[in-house]
Design a binder for this molecule. Sequence first.
Ligand code: C5P
Length: 221
Amino acid sequence: MPRSIAIDGPAGAGKSTIAKKVSQKLGFIYLDTGAMYRTVALKAIKTGIDTKNHQELANMMDKLDISISHENNLQKIFLDGEDVSEAIRAPQVSVGASNVAVFPEVRLKMVDLQRKIASGIDVVMDGRDIGSYVLPAAELKIFLTASVDERARRRYEELVQKGQPANLEAVRDDIIFRDKNDSSRALAPLVKAADAIEIDSTILTIDEVVEKILYFYKNYA
Ligand code: C5P
């Protein structure tokens, strides 16, 4: 039975950076599930479908071709055969992802893919519902949080470093919108699993959080 670690939490808590490092230390693959919802949103945007239009999105899901590759622990995601790993990071795709993620037709298909991957290989998976819904039997579940201001600051810095246009207030508003949307949906909302360990990373460095998770994995999983 492959091993799995679930890392969930609100937007901008540092899940992907941390999950990537933990997976490297343990020799697991890292699966970024947010990238999948982002790819669904990108497809909708490209085809002119409103990311809130339930019926059109449900129809679109039948024709969706998403695939994922892992090489040297680097995840690449493909939409209809095209590498969209960078394109899905645009801010309008973030909001679109949160919109499409409320629909069961979208979630169930993505969850299916996530479970299939985890059934074949050791994985550190990050998202919103991994510990509570996707992998309820994960060996270790982490719920990673940080204050809204700190999360906004980190996302803003990340955009600035990439040379992308950034506005701190807009980034903060996007995070608040997505947290609310993700926490209030009916199917598999953002929630701390009952058996998850919560880590508040507001005043911790990335390496301190990684060390904590490795410690928990060694001692409690
Ligand atoms: O993690 P990331 O910010 O890339 O995720 C983008 C969006 O995808 C989130 O705001 C959330 O709405 C959705 N998502 C989800 N379930 C997951 C991962 C992401 O609903 N497991």
